[in-house]
Design a protein around this ligand. Structure first.
Ligand SMILES: Nc1nc2c(ncn2[C@@H]2O[C@H](COP(=O)(O)OP(=O)(O)OP(=O)(O)O)[C@@H](O)[C@H]2O)c(=O)[nH]1
Ligand SMILES: [Mg+2]
Length: 345
């Protein structure tokens, strides 16, 4: 499936149906009175979070979405049909912005969550509605109200517990393939991964989601390489797993380059908990491993973990470290729910 995480679309809700002017005409019934029905309600445009989607690609092929208008009222007190809603199916993690791309209208993070983006117009009253003691034969009805139209932007920020970051070729995709059932593309050239990919990790009878991302290089915030827009997918992660290629050049410098790009991107990424691991340990001589570790330790000011996705060594420790942070964060966010507000009349 192709991946797309941004889309601009035009939406229009349905207009309400017109009210009807009509009078009862029947043999032997004098002064039958007004019987024009009300117009139907116009359809809304609604965004809904659905299962089984992880891209906005559908919105590349269609950009105009209109709900159906309400039907007009009719004689014999018949109400017009309500217009059908237009449902926009979006993946979990979709944010909806105004056309300017900055004003957030909705953040859809739960399955089944719905939000009305454009309300359908009300139907107009038919003349039967205006009947009163002083005006028993009203000859007017209301027109239906127009629908709303607007242009909106959809932005997908995947929901994962942990995000994989690092320079290209650091072994991020290999790590994802080693710990989950995901099958990302792996190759020994930079920018093998072009789009984020999710994988579910099962460890210690627990589950969490890891997002594999493209590589960051120096100047990514200025658009070099694949740019840094894809970092949006880490904004919701509870923890970052920063992989540094042990077989690459100076591990300390590699670490700093990526941190610098995170800083330039902003959005609080540098404040997120980060687990640093030196990758490809199996490909290093003991001396080189020691040297790279020392460099990385100096740069990070913590003791980095060491792993090899090829042999599996060190992988369980990394998963455990990730899980510890994820669990801690879960407890924090869940705590307020347990406080019950006892309301008594
Ligand atoms: N020996 C060894 N090689 C590894 C290990 N992990 C990854 N590699 C190799 O490193 C190269 C790059 O791996 P990828 O997983 O594609 O790297 P990446 O970080 O996803 O790269 P991009 O997607 O380009 O950012 C591949 O040739 C892998 O086979 C490891 O643990 N040991
Ligand atoms: Mg990759």
């Amino acid at each position: 499936m192709k991946f797309l995480d941004e889309a601009k679309i035009y939406i229009q809700s349905g207009a309400g149906g017109n009210g009807c002017i009509s009078f009862r005409r029947e043999k032997f019934i004098e002064f039958g009175g007004p019987n024009g029905g009300d117009g139907g309600h116009g359809g809304d445009v609604v965004a809904e979070c659905v299962d089984g989607l992880n891209t906005l690609i559908d919105y590349r092929y269609q950009q105009h979405f209109k709900a159906r208008p309400g039907g007009g009222g009719m004689g014999k007190d018949r109400h017009g049909a309500n217009g059908k809603d237009m449902i926009l199916k979006v993946p979990v993690g979709t944010q909806i912005y105004e056309e300017d791309g900055e004003t957030l209208l909705a953040d859809l993070t739960r399955l089944g969550q719905r939000v009305v983006l454009a309300k359908g117009g009300n139907g107009g009253f038919g003349n039967a509605h205006f009947k009163s003691a002083t005006n028993q034969a009203p000859r007017h009805a209301n027109p239906g109200q127009p629908g709303e139209e607007r242009t909106i932007r959809l932005r997908l920020k995947l929901i994962a517990d942990a995000g994989l970051i690092g320079l290209p070729n650091a072994g991020k995709s290999t790590f994802l393939a080693a710990v989950s059932a995901a099958k990302p593309k792996i190759a020994d050239y930079p920018f093998t991964t072009l789009h984020p990919q999710l994988g579910v990790v099962r460890t210690d009878k627990r589950e969490f989601v890891i997002a594999d991302l493209p590589g960051l290089i120096e100047g990514a915030h200025e658009g070099i390489g694949l740019g840094d827009k894809f970092l949006g997918h880490t904004e919701r992660c509870r923890v970052l797993l920063h992989l540094v290629d042990g077989a690459g050049e100076d591990a300390g410098e590699a670490y700093k380059t990526v941190r610098h790009e995170l800083e330039a991107y902003g959005h609080g990424l540098t404040e997120k908990p980060e687990i640093v691991a030196l990758s490809k340990a199996d490909a290093l001589s003991p001396e080189l491993l020691k040297e790279q570790l020392a460099r990385l330790k100096r740069a990070t000011k913590q003791t980095p973990l060491v792993l090899s996705s090829a042999s599996g060594a060190g992988v369980p420790d990394v998963l455990r470290a990730l899980l510890a942070v994820i669990d801690g964060a879960r407890k924090e966010t869940e705590a307020p729910d347990r406080v019950e507000t006892a309301w008594r009349p």
